[in-house]
Design a protein around this ligand. Structure first.
Ligand code: FAD
Ligand code: DLZ
Length: 510
């Protein structure tokens, strides 16, 4: 055999770099469902189902196209518990000249694969991941020498590089790079939200569901009502469904939340983009076509494209620029354990209960729930970054360290000093009230801050502002918060801080 080619569970793309120049007559592909990958965090059951089923479908498609594949199906009794074990067995059995793979997305595994050539006794060629718009080197070059790294400026470079939403004269379509200011409407039930594209599980998926219910029974989340796409063809249909039914309102309601609506106008495409079933650039090109054909407004399409070629690329760049030290950052010095209700959803705070319950059922919550509800609470309560990062890595079907870590540690926890935002996204209950209808059905009163029934976000917000005065003293974007806090009567400030202290001492009672 000439080459052994390793394809990971989040590399389900037929033209992934590891397969380029490969020869079905001489090369062999290896894919493996293994304990180490399925158990390094408490992955949501639906995430494991999605990956195992999508891997099995992908392997079958490659086989049908004439490839020689070794597919290692999950077996809890197998002595091959890691990807390296399975690859070593294949190397032993077939003596390839070389192992080829595409660089993986997580530092923990990346660091391991870099050492494999010593253990395997053959060269290991690790190719760049060709599914991203910017290479790691390109991002590093862009970042070099800049005082501050801001997504907005990187995003503009990506717009120019891809030509997406660029007018013929060379400027941005609509003479504006960013339409975020138009994208902050509250949703009051109209127009109705379309819900995500749903696929009924086929025989392969049903087999995987049984496997996961059996072998991963203690993992977070529900396996019931699994409806994710598990093939590229179905993921394309999910994209078409989003473009036709949700994209037109994506911009307007991008920041909205609703008590009885899990998905609003979000695309629910991240699980597919991240495991390789959809190409991020192709997704953006399709959205842009909907703008040019008049099917979706510019604020929606620009907002959507920015999430993918802006935020998604930017967080990946930050991750690879700053890892491995990045994961240990804790600039606000947080020490609190993650409250247990993050795993159960058992809390009277309506917004938290709704976000966690949707997470448990769907392995999905939209960005504003992640950022401004579960994230905001962890920030205000001073949860240890490692605890909250572990939670986000476990509970979502789209979670991989390269994208989860900067979003959580950086954007939510401000634990990196501000790469993902020039000020923390801290907010009181008023923000949640403004953007949702959760508060009207909540056990707590959002208009109060000090009473026993007062919304915990309110007192915690001021406690956060007060206890981090030193850290934010010189941040001009925080000045108004401190002026507002200092303007309150001393007795009021004292009562708020006391209420916050009580909350922090009794998080399990909220
Ligand atoms: P949409 O709202 O429809 O957005 C379209 C696409 O843009 C998404 O599919 C995604 O590919 C991309 N995108 C949007 N926002 C971001 C972002 N901030 N970073 C990277 N890509 C983005 N996203 C993940 O893919 N994996 C994660 O593990 C993850 N963890 C997160 C943790 C926290 C604390 C926060 C605040 C955000 C996290 N995000 C993560 C980003 C974002 O919340 C999800 O990408 C989004 O909710 C996925 O749902 P969607 O496909 O409906 O997105
Ligand atoms: C997330 C995941 C899971 C649950 N299982 C596997 C697996 O059994 N085999 C595999 O190749 N990949 C899996 N993955 C995805 C990997 O963990 C992913 O490749 C790394 O997170 C690197 O991005």
């Amino acid at each position: 055999m000439r080459h052994l080619i390793l394809i990971l569970g989040d590399q389900l793309t037929p033209d992934i770099s590891a397969l380029q120049d490969a020869d079905p007559q001489q090369d062999r592909i290896v894919m493996a469902e293994v304990r180490d990958e399925a158990s390094y965090t408490n992955h949501h059951k639906k995430k494991i189902i999605l990956l195992f089923s999508a891997m099995r479908h992908f392997a079958r498609e490659l086989q049908d196209a004439g490839w020689d594949i070794h597919y290692h199906a999950y077996d809890s009794d197998s002595s091959h518990g890691s990807l390296r074990d399975v690859v070593a067995e294949q190397v032993e059995a077939h003596r390839p000249d070389k192992l080829i793979t595409t660089e993986c997305g997580e530092w923990r595994l990346h660091d391991d694969i870099w050492q494999w050539h010593k253990r395997l006794g053959i060269p290991v060629e690790i190719r760049p991941d060709n599914r991203f718009i910017a290479t790691k080197d390109e991002f590093a070059r862009w970042a070099e020498g800049r005082k501050q790294l801001r997504m907005e400026f990187f995003y503009r470079e990506m717009r120019k590089k891809t030509g997406l939403l660029m007018a013929p004269e060379g400027g941005p379509e609509g003479d504006q790079w960013n339409f975020d200011a138009d994208n902050r409407k509250k949703w009051n039930g109209k127009p109705p939200a379309p819900g995500p594209f749903r696929v009924s599980p086929d025989a392969i998926t049903r087999e995987v569901i049984d496997l996961v219910e059996r072998e991963f029974a203690d993992h977070f989340g529900s396996a019931e009502d699994f409806h994710f796409a598990v093939t590229a063809a179905d993921a394309e249909e999910a994209l078409a469904h989003f473009l036709d039914f949700a994209l037109p309102c994506f911009g307007d309601y991008q920041d909205a939340m609703a008590d009885d609506e899990d998905w609003l106008f979000h695309s629910v495409l991240s699980p597919y983009i991240n495991c390789g079933l959809l190409d991020p650039l192709g997704v953006c090109e399709a959205a842009v076509q909907h703008y040019y054909s008049g099917q979706a407004p510019l604020n929606a399409v620009e907002g959507f494209v920015r999430q993918i070629i802006g935020w998604r690329e930017f967080v990946r760049g930050i991750y690879w620029l700053l890892m491995p030290d990045y994961a240990a950052e804790n600039r606000l010095g947080n020490t609190r354990d993650l409250p247990w209700f993050y795993w159960t959803g058992d809390t009277g705070m309506r917004c938290m209960h709704k976000a966690i319950d949707a997470t448990r059922r769907n392995a999905y919550a939209h960005h504003i729930q992640r950022l401004m509800v579960t994230g905001n609470f962890a920030l205000l309560a001073g949860v240890k970054p490692e605890d909250i990062c572990d939670w986000y890595l476990a509970v979502y079907a789209d979670a991989y360290d390269w994208v989860e870590l900067p979003n959580t540690l950086g954007m939510v926890m401000h634990a990196d000093g501000g790469y993902l935002g020039s000020k923390p996204y801290a907010a009181s209950g008023k923000y949640i009230q403004r953007m949702s209808n959760h508060c009207s059905d909540c056990r707590y009163n959002v208009s109060r801050a000090t009473e026993d029934d007062a919304c915990p976000f309110n007192a915690l917000y001021w406690h956060f502002i007060d206890r981090h005065r030193e850290a934010f003293r010189s941040n001009p974007r925080m000045g108004m918060m401190y002026r507002n806090w200092d303007r309150q009567k001393p007795e009021r400030r004292e009562a708020i801080l006391q209420r916050a202290d009580w909350i922090l001492a009794h998080l399990d009672r909220l």
